[in-house]
Design a protein around this ligand. Structure first.
Ligand SMILES: Cc1cc2nc3c(=O)[nH]c(=O)nc-3n(C[C@H](O)[C@H](O)[C@H](O)COP(=O)(O)OP(=O)(O)OC[C@H]3O[C@@H](n4cnc5c(N)ncnc54)[C@H](O)[C@@H]3O)c2cc1C
Length: 485
């Protein structure tokens, strides 16, 4: 990013003085663990790791960084799939960790609201809501490390979007710090507030490029007292979609999760993750994990789900199905789905894509995209899994079976990704359904985005962050000229 500088010793001293020993370090043993992305693809360096304790300290950091033209990289759990929280390699940027701000300030069951600081880990929020007889209805496989601030800043999706939407639908209020150090005090959770531009929605999904989220008021829902979890084997994704539409008819809004798992993804989990068991006797080309829930006094969801699946089998839509008979079995089925990314990571480098097309078009898209990529790059193995009910799958392309995966990825990874992104754009879809743009999708985003969108985004960025200090090199370059560099 043009115009940004290395922090001077003077600036580092001022930051160290204000943040204290718990909030400031340059110790490589403490800093370097946070400068590589989750997928181990992007390796950065940071001049210092800052861990403020509150919004006022964040404001101090941003004011100083703006004045000094020093880049700031906000970071939560560092589980970004697009290297969104990884600093640049030149060591000029400051890593701003929100993990120390991990207090759940209050849970208000009567209001169905949780007020949580940015560093609260998703699993901890789940537990706190549950203790209060409520539920925070967003979950994803990185729930043990992903934080409230990161989830908001990526507008995370996950496995319950079908019913409850993405983070955009679940954030009722925000406290945030803008690049000039001013604090947005927007935690009051008004269900209605029509005063023009919505700063809250602007900051959601901004990937730390417009400011730092320090706390949020989050929407809770009644705890689901009953859940039914099923694993279904079938021949084709078209059948999966037909089953989803039937289930919606049969169970109303009970279906929360509808996750597609191809046979080769299940194979990877069974091969690489300990203690996993195949859920069905036969190896089906496609599988779906379904979860339906109900409140305590509603009819049990397993009856409706079981009945609908039995009819689907009779009608030849599904091949086989199993319904979890206990919480342990339900968890075991979920573990098969949630370990796919980890199993892929163990298996080797893959060109990964997070694409969406209209829901009804997804089965056809997956077939065409797989055929096209495997024809263009002979030997590669494409697999698509994930949130079929949202029209969003993770379309990943692995090296040919006999190739060295790292060498293949270095030689062909970018060309494969460009090909897949062009393909999804030609089909009217998006190259980022839920992971964001970060660094790894930046070039293709700029190349394929509508000029009007880019122009408006740059205008917003310029207005709020004229020095370009916030997460430089992610989401979008500040000026048109930077895109060419
Ligand atoms: C195994 C696995 C499964 C996943 N599954 C899903 C999934 O199903 N759905 C999904 O949407 N994502 C998924 N992800 C991606 C990831 O978990 C999400 O993007 C998550 O929201 C990131 O949270 P984090 O706290 O780790 O943020 P980080 O990775 O630390 O940061 C993510 C982005 O947010 C910015 N940021 C972080 N905190 C703040 C803050 N307080 N203020 C401003 N900006 C901030 C960072 O600069 C960066 O741009 C998965 C990741 C893994 C590893």
């Amino acid at each position: 990013m043009t115009g940004l500088r290395f922090p001077t010793p003077d600036l580092l001293t001022r930051l160290a003085d204000r943040l204290g020993p718990r909030g400031f370090t340059t110790d490589p043993d403490l800093v370097d663990t946070w400068t590589t992305d989750w997928r181990d693809r992007v390796h950065g360096r940071a001049a210092a790791l800052l861990s403020p304790a509150n919004a006022e300290e964040v404001a101090f950091v941003l004011r100083e960084a703006s004045a000094a033209h020093v880049g700031i990289v906000p970071q939560g759990g560092n589980s970004s799939m697009v290297a969104g929280a990884t600093p640049s390699a030149d060591g000029s940027q400051l890593l701003l960790s929100l993990r120390r701000m991990n207090r759940i300030r209050r849970i208000a069951p009567q209001d169905n609201i949780a007020e949580a600081e940015a560093g609260v880990i998703l699993a901890d929020l789940h537990a706190a809501a549950e203790d209060a007889g409520r539920r925070f209805p967003l979950s994803l496989a990185a729930k043990g490390s992903a934080t409230v601030g990161g989830l908001i800043s990526t507008n995370a999706g996950g496995t319950q979007v079908l019913r409850f939407g993405t983070m955009r639908a679940l954030v009722l209020g925000l406290e945030a710090v803008l690049p000039d150090g001013s604090i947005v005090e927007g935690l009051t959770a008004l269900r209605k507030d029509n005063r023009g531009y919505d700063l809250r929605q602007l900051l959601i999904g901004a990937e730390g490029t417009l400011g730092v989220v320090t706390a949020a008021s989050l929407k809770l829902v009644p705890a689901a007292a009953q859940r039914a979890v099923a694993w279904v084997g079938l021949e084709a994704p078209e059948q999966a979609l037909a089953i989803l539409r039937r289930l919606e008819q049969a169970t109303g809004e009970a279906v929360e999760s509808f996750e597609l798992v191809p046979a080769d993804a299940l194979d990877l989990v069974l091969r690489h993750i300990p203690d996993m068991r195949a859920p069905l006797e036969r190896r089906w080309p496609w599988n779906v994990l379904i979860e339906a829930t109900a409140l305590a006094d509603a009819p049990p969801p397993d009856e409706a789900l079981g009945l609908a699946l039995a009819t689907a089998i009779e009608d030849g839509l599904a091949g086989d199905a199993t319904l979890a008979a206990s919480e342990t079995q339900a968890e075991a089925l979920w573990a098969l789905r949630e370990n796919i990314s980890e199993a892929e990571r163990i298996d080797g480098m893959a060109a990964k894509h997070d694409v969406a097309v209209p829901v009804a078009a997804m089965p056809g898209f997956m077939g065409r995209a797989r055929a096209a990529v495997e024809a263009r790059f002979p030997g590669v193995r494409a697999l698509a899994f994930g949130h079929l009910g949202d029209g969003n799958v993770h379309f990943n392309v692995r090296a040919p079976a006999d190739a060295d995966d790292r060498a293949w990825f270095k030689a062909d990874g970018s060309a494969v990704t460009r090909f897949v992104h062009d393909f999804v754009a030609a089909e009217g879809g998006t190259l980022s359904a839920e992971h964001g743009i970060g660094q790894t999708k930046l070039a293709d985003f700029i190349r394929l985005a509508e000029p009007t969108r880019l122009h408006a985004m740059r205008a917003i960025k310029q207005a709020l962050d004229p020095a370009g200090i916030m997460n430089p090199g992610k989401l979008l370059p500040l000026a048109e000229a930077d895109a060419a560099q």
